[in-house]
Design a protein around this ligand. Structure first.
Ligand SMILES: [Zn+2]
Length: 489
């Protein structure tokens, strides 16, 4: 099979203080299909892992196209989106004829004049390849599913897990479906339903754990091939924002009832499935009163993985004002402070202004007396996909308040905390800590749950604040929970 590969991945936060541009993709991942070594670089992208293993086993001939990914931030300028899109489409035209198109997308990407980038892209991909060639896309479950995406005729498969640890399996699945369609063994039709709710629904615990198992079980039903529950991305302000249920069934198999039942079930668990967020000081009270063992406290509102600046100081200030001992906090995105501390060197004690630089949602900078514990020019942490590494750039570990005070990791590539090794590789021993604050919403759980005696979620204010009623939505379709009490009855 001649398989075209490409991707355009951005989770756009309409309310982010950080703009997005082509430079954001250069700082993330930008692979041009025509550059030497493009295929090798594509193969190394964690999102493609499973799909490309399956492709290799089948002896597919892979045709690389553009792959571009940037850390979540605000909407793209029109020209920047169009240039990425058109490059990918030109790569596809150059690769013709193809037997299948396999894309990695997010599902919540916005550009100026394009409230539905994935719908626009998939429709244009379909125009290029015609009606018969199977097109498939791997999606993040934080996708805001649109009619244009589904109507493109692409097979869309989202990860089922949050933390997103199952891309490998979903990739194998997508490759399998595309192969069977290409060989004429399978014809699928999509059935989907919007679920009028937005929220954050982790799948590591009940009731989402059971719901994910139910999704898997429904894929065993006769004629049902793949089922995705899209959670939606609440901070992307579009008419499509919200949850959805999507199933692909063999042509002729009626999937409407299944989709309706799963949509109702998803909606019914919305209150219980939302991770409990506590006001910041309440969360700190609870953390300090917890039984012995490491308490992991998520600073969800400043998660750069959802488009926040990652330099807010609200929680750090609260730790210092309360004189909390044996604590660690990471990571604050502050390249300037990293450079100053690194030039002072390990062991130096200095006055340093930390964080609070991007805007009002970051709080005020903190002027601290710090000791430099460690400096690295190319720090990294374990990524979500097992075996992958994510670069953190130049980074420093700082100590405030003496030996039993608060250790802080500052870095220079905006990145949420995925793995404890973003602390341990900077020499911070988490087993000796009472409390660790992580700037992440849910993905940290893949790496921290095994260490945590307790896990708490603080709402400290910031770009990803969970009080969605406070966001200045302009396009969101109403009614929708939790802004409206019972939109589904
Ligand atoms: Zn996601």
């Amino acid at each position: 099979m001649r398989v075209f590969l490409g991707g355009l991945v951005h989770e756009t936060n309409s309310f982010s203080p950080l703009p997005t541009s082509l430079q954001s993709f250069r700082e993330g991942v930008l692979i041009h299909g025509s550059e030497p070594g493009a295929l090798q670089r594509l193969v190394e992208q964690p999102v493609f892992g499973g799909a490309l293993q399956a492709a290799a086993q089948q002896g597919d001939f892979l045709l690389p196209g553009l792959f571009a990914q940037a850390e979540p931030s605000g909407p793209l300028p029109r020209a920047d989106y169009e240039s990425l899109r058109d490059e990918l489409l030109a790569d596809l035209r150059a690769a013709l004829p193809v037997d299948a198109v396999l894309l990695a997308l997010h599902g919540a990407m916005l550009a100026e004049g394009y409230p539905d980038c994935e719908g626009d892209l998939l429709q244009r991909v379909r125009e290029v390849v015609g009606a018969q060639v199977p097109v498939g896309a791997l999606l993040d479950l934080h996708c805001n599913l649109s009619p244009a995406m589904v109507d493109s005729g692409a097979v869309l498969i989202a990860c089922k897990e949050y933390p997103h640890i199952d891309y490998a399996q979903r990739g194998i699945e997508l490759h399998g479906v595309l192969s069977r369609i290409a060989r004429g063994e399978l014809a699928l039709q999509a059935r989907w339903q919007r679920v009028p709710m937005v929220g954050i629904f982790g799948t590591t615990q009940s009731p989402m754990r059971e719901f994910v198992l139910r999704l898997h079980a429904s894929e065993e039903l006769a004629g049902i091939h793949t089922v995705s529950a899209l959670h939606g991305f609440p901070w992307s302000d579009t008419a499509f924002t919200g949850a959805a249920l999507l199933a692909y069934a063999q042509v002729g198999v009626v999937a409407g009832e299944l989709v309706d039942q799963l949509a109702q079930a998803f909606y019914a668990l919305r209150e219980r499935a939302s991770s409990p967020r506590m006001p910041m000081h309440e969360a700190l009270d609870a953390a300090l009163a917890a039984p012995p063992g490491l308490v992991v406290l998520a600073d969800s509102a400043d998660n750069p993985g959802g488009g926040a600046a990652c330099d807010s100081t609200f929680l750090l200030r609260a730790l210092l004002e309360r004189g909390v001992r044996d604590a660690a906090l990471g990571m604050i995105w502050d390249p300037q402070a990293v450079a100053i501390a690194a030039s002072a060197g390990v062991g130096a004690r200095l006055a340093l202004r930390v964080g609070g630089k991007v805007g009002p949602m970051s709080g005020d900078p903190l002027d601290l007396e710090v000791e430099v514990l460690a400096c690295r020019s190319d720090a990294s942490q374990g990524g979500l996909v097992p075996g992958s590494r994510d670069p953190l750039g130049a980074a420093v570990a700082l100590r405030v308040g003496g030996a039993n005070g608060v250790d802080i990791v500052l870095n220079s590539i905006r990145q949420q905390v995925f793995s404890p090794d973003c602390f341990t590789e900077m020499g911070i021993d988490l087993t000796a800590k009472r409390l660790v604050v992580v700037k992440s919403t849910q993905h940290f759980r893949a790496g921290f749950d095994a260490l945590a005696a307790a896990t708490l979620f603080a709402d400290s204010g910031g770009t990803l604040q969970v009080d969605l009623g406070q966001l200045p939505y302009r396009h969101l379709s109403r009614p929708i929970w939790p802004l409206d009490p019972s939109p589904m009855g």
